[in-house]
Design a protein. Structure first.
Length: 229
């Protein structure tokens, strides 16, 4: 009989927060099973107090079967870091990363989760994709619909870029959780015409991210490959 992985992730690959976690699991070589379900589904309700995604189910702790449900991406990331510290997804302060404090990486993570998600997905990507799928509005009408969202999008992108190292990953030579929180959002954005507002620095960063095996392994089922929830 095949051995069950120690982890199950509840969440469709279409969910950007779910992809952040699967990127981390892949990068650290942790095996998992993914139950692809949309938010608010029966399965999501059974696993998250607000039926959000993702939940990581940890099947064993200290060799004992426990099936602990861990919710909230930033809590899940802390767990992953503790059980698999290497390869590290933290930032090393210094001239290459351009930061004096390692906590700047967590600042970036929180800004991506709390501001990037609404300022990219809620006001631009989701309404644009919904309008295109519906096929009732003209391109000019869609642009008008997301116009205010694009102002917010540009505002977020300029903040994100201002916090990044001048080249390489968000904080220089190695990927960090900051990259894994931002990437799923920009991978979605790249599928729509509003991608045109993205700066050369972020376009180069995306290309660098695209080269990671973890990114390639988590692409199936996302908007970036044309999937729907
Ligand atoms: N605070 C949560 C946010 C997760 C989140 O917003 N997930 C989205 C999917 S990417 C969701 O489940 N949204 C609920 C909905 O669409 O009803 C976390 O960090 O895990």
């Amino acid at each position: 009989m095949p051995v069950q992985p120690l982890y199950t992730i509840i969440g469709t690959p279409f969910s950007t927060f779910t992809r952040t976690i699967t990127l981390g699991l892949q990068y650290k070589g942790l095996e998992y099973e993914q139950l692809a379900t949309p938010p608010q589904s029966q399965l999501a309700q059974e696993n998250h107090p607000f039926a959000y995604l993702p939940t990581l189910i940890i099947h064993e702790v200290d060799g004992k079967r426990v099936d602990v449900k861990l919710r909230e991406s930033q809590a899940i990331v802390r767990y992953i870091d503790r059980i698999a510290p290497e390869p590290s997804l933290h930032v090393r302060p210094g001239s290459e990363s351009g930061v004096l404090l390692e906590e700047k990486m967590w600042e970036f993570v929180s800004l991506a989760a709390c501001f990037g998600f609404p300022m990219i997905e809620a006001t631009v990507v989701k309404p644009r994709v919904a309008a295109m799928d519906e096929g009732k509005l003209t391109e000019d009408e869609i642009r008008e619909k997301v116009k205010d969202g694009v102002i917010e999008l540009k505002r977020y992108l300029s903040v994100a870029e201002s916090l990044m190292a001048p080249e390489g990953f968000a904080f220089g030579p190695n990927p960090t959780w900051a990259d894994f929180f931002l990437y799923p959002l920009l991978a979605d954005l790249r599928t729509i015409p509003e991608w045109e507002v993205v700066s050369p620095r972020l376009v180069t960063w995306m290309a660098k991210m695209d080269g990671l095996p973890a990114v390639q392994a988590t692409a199936a089922g996302t908007l970036s490959v044309g999937a729907r929830p």
